[in-house]
Design a protein around this ligand. Sequence first.
Ligand code: ADP
Ligand code: MG
Length: 591
Amino acid sequence: MGLAWRADGRLVLLTGGFELVQAVGLGAGLLLLRHTVSALLATAPVAGAGSAAADRGGLAAVGVATLILLGMGTLGAALQLTAAAVQSVLRLKTERMAVGEVVAAAAAVDLEKFEDPAFHDRVERAVLAANRYAPLTLTLLFAGLRTGLMLVALAVPLVLMAWWLLPLLALLVVPTVRVALSRQRAMYGLQVHLTENSRTRYYLTQLLTGRDEAKEIRAFDLAGYMWQRLTDCYRQVLAETTALQRRFTLLGIGARLATDILLAAVAAALVVAAATGRLEAATAFTVLGALYLAGRNATATAALAGVAGGAMLYLDALREFTAPSTPLPPPVPVRSGFTSVEARKLSFTYPAGHRPALTDVSVRLGAGEVIALVGENGSGKTTLAKLLTGLYRPTGGQIVLDSTPVTDPADLRGLAAVLFQDYLRYKLTAKDNITLGRPERHTDTGAIETATANAGATTIISGLPHGYDTRLGTEYTGGVDLSTGQWQRIALARAFFRDAPLVVLDEPTAAMDPLAEADLFTAIRQLFTGRTVLLISHRFSSVRAADRIYVLKDGRIIEHGTHHDLLATDGVYADMFLTQAAAYLGTPTPD
Ligand SMILES: Nc1ncnc2c1ncn2[C@@H]1O[C@H](COP(=O)(O)OP(=O)(O)O)[C@@H](O)[C@H]1O
Ligand SMILES: [Mg+2]
């Protein structure tokens, strides 16, 4: 309700008001009904007795009362329709509010958390709560308010007519509410227990229906096999859900039976009381009608209470995930320059890692330098780049920026433009793919064109049907796809567009042809004039022009220096360089 209030307080009041008016209408209607029936009974059997004028007057009063009752019914229906419409708007606003809080909380979380399965379970539940249970709870609360008010509206005239019925009325709802609540609690517990199963089902479904996945699923003919895996997941959910539902259905039937026996007993008592003249017939008639309404209402209340109880558990999950409620963190501003970034004896182990990815790594990046990191796959190059750009917090050692130790890794993020090895391919326009490097400058056409040209992507853009405005991704109307090498150039343009003092290029030419690669490396110093470039490659031959080369092996720096220094040392670098060069030239490997 707090969420809804923050989303739109006025609508909350409006809907609540509608419900109140309807309930008051119902209560007044009942009293009027009793009055009318009473008048009718007084008029009907007196044919012959009394004057015809008095009869006519009595009938007219009954007619007016009936008309008023009808009018109230119409008004109530109109109010209900309006309240439903207002509520659906309010639900959407509440959902937006809740999703916003989840997104902000997720954005504020450190990258490490994303390696933790329990975190993803919590995210899954929070997203579900925001998308489904926050708006649902709103509906439930209003429905609960309605049935609650209706019960009160029914209870007031009942008390006026036969006060001794009130405790019975309260008793009516107890068994069904209790069963409904424990059923929902059990359902939630099952859902928590099966969250990872649910994520796996979602993932397998995505594999079977996604556009990016379709190619490989077909090439390896995996659809049948994946469907089998999906079925296995469903089997577990079905078995556990069926067992739980069976148990609670039996309990629910029992509770309903108890309620109905109670109702029947009350009805019988009423009939007896009326027959023996201890209760006025009109009162007995109205009370019976009201009891019938209350009985229906009680079941609805119980069902509502149950679902609301379940939804509340989800909202707790939402609150736990988003608390304390933080606004979306503002972007770290891009810095204009720096003197040096130094890693001092850095160590890092991934949360899910069994051994350190980096151990005692020291590197120095000076302003305007081109620094290269080389090493075999898995030697720790990407990990070092992630630490230097503030994506992870080192588990040992420190990073020093302009001779000040960095305490908040976010400070490093404003320093760098990174072209990741597994960069994102945004299924947005080509222009978006470039300007997302620095969204606040997305209207700077000149800068967009320069970044495109520097990345060698001008001909790619001019070849697109709508140029920069072409949507990339064929699953969208008018969308086109690019080759891997073309995507890489667009991602490179994004790095250029960010215009940051440190540029990290993680295997930037892996998908480019050798000529394009040579061009890029020759031009790198000129392209990034005045900037520091950290160039990562597993191709030793491609980094020879760097000011300094660091060789990584098993998470440690084993050699560093210029290309000439390293060749002269005749160590691992020299060995790998000559091996790779020989492979290109087709000559036997020197040893
Ligand atoms: N998210 C991760 N969780 C656990 N281990 C990881 C993760 N990412 C990388 N690693 C491990 O860290 C080591 C270094 O990886 P990486 O820095 O990506 O190597 P490189 O970029 O040199 O190929 C590897 O052993 C790899 O398996
Ligand atoms: Mg890598």
